[in-house]
Design a protein around this ligand. Structure first.
Ligand code: TYD
Length: 210
């Protein structure tokens, strides 16, 4: 294990199977002897979890897109300074279920907020921290959406399938723009197959660890 930590984020539209895959990736890294800090956004600190409650509560249907953007960024800034930066500084691997690319995909892609503005907001919310690798789990939007909403929809999922299609398109644009950092991984098939694809998409990072 090298002296520096790595920051890996997982992304994808609702219902792409991210939570299962984050857990599998964590297990694989722990088996290699890494200290892994697993987080999810929004959330991960007491304050950020309270903001998460506001963001996902279907009762907050009146929330305007600008308020939504700023709440995601507020939650992120707290998580970054309080948890992510210290973990990376001591050489841990930080695995984060969503980070600022979600804001690009959902608030710019899904909601239609101005892209340049969302990028600036992301710089602030992330305190300038850039993931070393971002894995986008890609699944047919109709399948993913049906899976995500099978047990009821939160405030974001209530936006519907067309919204999720815009989210997916935004992720694919990001991957085309930043191919070194952002890798699209096919999320169809057995969960172990998907896990193997994710590990392979980080192979160059594992090599750096030696
Ligand atoms: P969550 O239940 O954690 O969904 P998932 O398991 O799919 O990650 O809810 C997070 C929701 O918040 C999800 O619909 C994506 C959305 N989101 C944004 O719209 N912008 C963001 O910046 C982040 C981090 C999440």
């Amino acid at each position: 294990m090298g002296a520096r930590g790595f920051f890996i984020t997982l992304e994808g539209a609702d219902g792409c199977g991210k939570s299962t895959q984050v857990a599998l990736l964590e297990a694989a890294l722990v088996a290699r002897g890494c200290e892994v800090v697993r987080l999810r956004e929004p959330g991960g600190t007491p304050l950020s979890e309270r903001v998460r409650g506001l963001l996902l509560d279907p009762a907050n249907a009146e929330m305007v897109p600008e308020c939504e953007l700023l709440l995601y960024e507020a939650s992120r800034a707290q998580l970054t300074r309080q948890v992510i930066e210290p973990a990376l500084a001591r050489g841990a691997v930080v695995l984060c279920d969503r980070y600022y690319d979600s804001t690009y995909a959902y608030q710019a892609g899904g909601r239609g907020l101005d892209e340049a503005l969302v990028r600036r907001a992301n710089e602030l919310g992330s305190c300038g921290r850039v993931p070393d690798r971002t894995l986008v789990l890609d699944l047919d939007p109709a399948t993913a959406f049906a899976r995500a909403t099978a047990g009821g929809a939160d405030r974001m999922e209530a936006e519907g399938l067309a919204f999720q299609e815009r989210v997916r398109a935004a992720y694919l644009r990001l991957a085309a723009e930043e191919p070194e950092r952002v890798r699209v991984v096919d999320a169809s098939g057995e969960k172990d197959e998907v896990a193997a694809r994710l590990l392979a998409a980080c192979a160059d990072l594992w090599d750096l660890w030696g």
